[in-house]
Design a protein around this ligand. Sequence first.
Ligand code: FBP
Length: 547
Amino acid sequence: MKKSALQKARAAYQPKLPIALTGPVKVVEGRPTESVADQAAIKALFPNTYGLPEIRFEKNNTPAPGKPVNVGVILSGGQAPGGHNVICGIFDGIKKIHRDSRLFGFLMGPQGLVEHRYIELTAPIIDEYRNTGGFDIIGSGRTKLEKKDQFDKGLEIIRELGISALVIVGGDDSNTNAAILAEYYKANNTGVQVIGCPKTIDGDLKNDVIETSFGFDTATKVYSEVIGNIQRDCNSAKKYWHFIKLMGRSASHIALECALQTQPNVCLISEEIEAKNMSLNDVVAYIADIVATRAADGNNFGTVLIPEGLIEFIPEIKRLIGELNELLGANKEVVAGMSADQLTEFIFGHLSPESIAVLKSLPQDVARQLMLDRDPHGNVQVSLIETEKLLSGMVKEKLQANNDFAACGGKFSPLHHFFGYEGRCADPSNFDADYCYALGYNASALINAGVTGYMSSIRNLVKPAVQWIPGGIPITMMMNIERRNAEDKPVIQKALVRLDGAPFLKFAEQRDDWSHNTCYIYPGPIQYFGPAEVCDQPSMTLKYEHK
Ligand code: FBP
């Protein structure tokens, strides 16, 4: 693989490890845990992996000789910067335990395990990928690992390769599946451990014990750089309104973090819109009002950040999606072979009159996406819905009906952007490079400790990396029961933006100033080499949450 000069220099970067992981470790067990909600139901579903204690690793001065271990790794779901370093960390960790340990990578996500497609990850391969972005070392996929025949098929190759532990690197859905797999392998006395790693740029896999998922830091820094560049352009020409949709699925963490980094004129937070019960019209009126006020001050330009999941949080659309999920989930067999037209007719024949009215009020392509496009986990594919165009079109209509806007010579020229894929495979920031390497290295310590059903956890992340605290969290501890596709399912609770949390409150106290005055910040590109205050800073979300 040909490398750029930066990549060559970057390959030599040695990620920092928490001090506790720099030598042999001892396991310190905490108290038994409970799931975040629905304790009885989760306990009944996970009789072998429920209630396990949290684990912390401390430095051990008496090294214990390790045995060789064969480990399998799977990258699951959307790409996130730093995934390669998780794999490098696992590799270095198991080699440290014993030099004859081996690492196998299953290709293109969980399906690789089921279909027995894999490669052995040897030192020359690993060295090619240190500190690089992307998941291309083994590829990723969104297959849902949830059925007994998939688990049994996986076990065949696990046995053939002498694998005793599997590391699943994924978001909330993939780690939910990791917990189910861990329970199944434990219940059947297979001796195969399953360890999860918290990945997703969306930042929604976090809680009291997992401070952040990896990839969020780099992705938001990449988007903030580009938003900053747009704002500088916008402030130079003073003629466009930029509507910028940002990835992040349901949660608005990415939009909020980018707003804190760049201070745009408008940033919508889906969770707030739902809490205030704002209709689509209310949201449009809010933006149009800011556009008109800025126009009255002679500022016919600005920036609007839109979280990609916004549409799901507008109460009338949320109700519609809920009804669609129930309807399609309860009629899986009936709708299975239907053409798009037949399905549309079926849906219109069964929805409530209110939801039909909402569906009809939406542009045709948006209505179609809500009805027909779902990912394998049943999620609406919000990244495909052009909310930025929907909103700017409606804002334009509202402004045309506003005489004051015309009277002050207001012009409204919107431009549209969607930032998502641009940031998911960027070379990891120093934070993500260190965090991911530590997560992987720590996963090898969990394997060596003989546990299963745990998520690799590194805490104290606002401190320098050497002070980070490594350990493991039972995945069942993060679970509750939720309605998915017309069924009650055990799932890891998704972390949405908390309206009483420090990052949102910080934003809320400043946003009026940002709307009416022009207070843009231009963060510039990620710096990999240089002073720690420029290169080694965690996200603002993490700083405010753990101050
Ligand atoms: P994960 O939750 O699997 O990490 O994926 C996150 C994400 O990047 C979302 O922000 C986005 O909505 C989705 O993936 C896009 O999916 P795809 O890569 O399948 O287009």
